[in-house]
Write a protein that binds this ligand. Structure first.
Ligand SMILES: CC(C)(COP(=O)(O)OP(=O)(O)OC[C@H]1O[C@@H](n2cnc3c(N)ncnc32)[C@H](O)[C@@H]1OP(=O)(O)O)[C@@H](O)C(=O)NCCC(=O)NCCS
Length: 137
């Protein structure tokens, strides 16, 4: 079994979290090797939920930014490959929702998870936009 808990991102062991990102494959798409940036990502996320197995090992994480009542941006959802498909990801999303129940969850799906989110109840948004560089004009 496992248990989920809301934690302070800055209190986490960055090396342990980086190992989880690698074990989930999400490290392929996150700057895990840039320790300074990754540490800032963890400390700056206002809503972090971890999942640990019965021995206390970190097996999953949901890292979000939230205002607590209107919008929660779920930036990273990662579950150790050995634990995938058992409901850990769904529990992490549930705990993230419960931490800010009025806030809508917003995310960008990684290619491998495009079919996952609708499976657990997310609706595709027809008008989502990102800006990577400066605004034009
Ligand atoms: C995507 C991810 C977080 C899902 O977590 P998980 O713990 O494996 O998923 P769950 O066990 O909660 O799955 C719940 C349901 O979704 C299904 N599911 C799991 N992964 C899926 C996928 N990639 N595509 C479609 N359905 C999926 C499960 O079979 C399960 O179905 P059921 O309820 O009918 O039995 C996890 O697989 C992962 O870490 N992937 C690699 C990193 C990644 O891409 N993260 C997403 C970043 S946006």
């Amino acid at each position: 079994m496992w248990s989920c808990e809301q934690v302070i991102g800055a209190s986490l062991d960055v090396t342990e979290v980086a190992a989880l990102y690698r074990a989930s494959t999400l490290a392929d798409r996150r700057p895990v090797e840039d320790t300074g940036r990754f540490t800032t990502m963890l400390a700056g996320a206002g809503l972090v939920v971890t999942a640990r197995d019965g021995d206390g090992r970190l097996i999953g994480i949901a890292r979000s930014l939230t205002d607590g009542t209107y919008a929660t941006y779920l930036s990273d959802l990662a579950v150790d490959v050995a634990w995938q498909g058992k409901g850990v990801g769904r529990d992490l999303v549930r705990a993230t929702r419960q931490a800010a129940p009025k806030a809508k969850l917003i995310l960008l799906a990684a290619p491998a998870a495009v079919d996952y989110y609708p499976h657990i109840g997310f609706e595709r948004h027809h008008s989502a936009w990102t800006l990577v560089g400066a605004p034009t004009g």
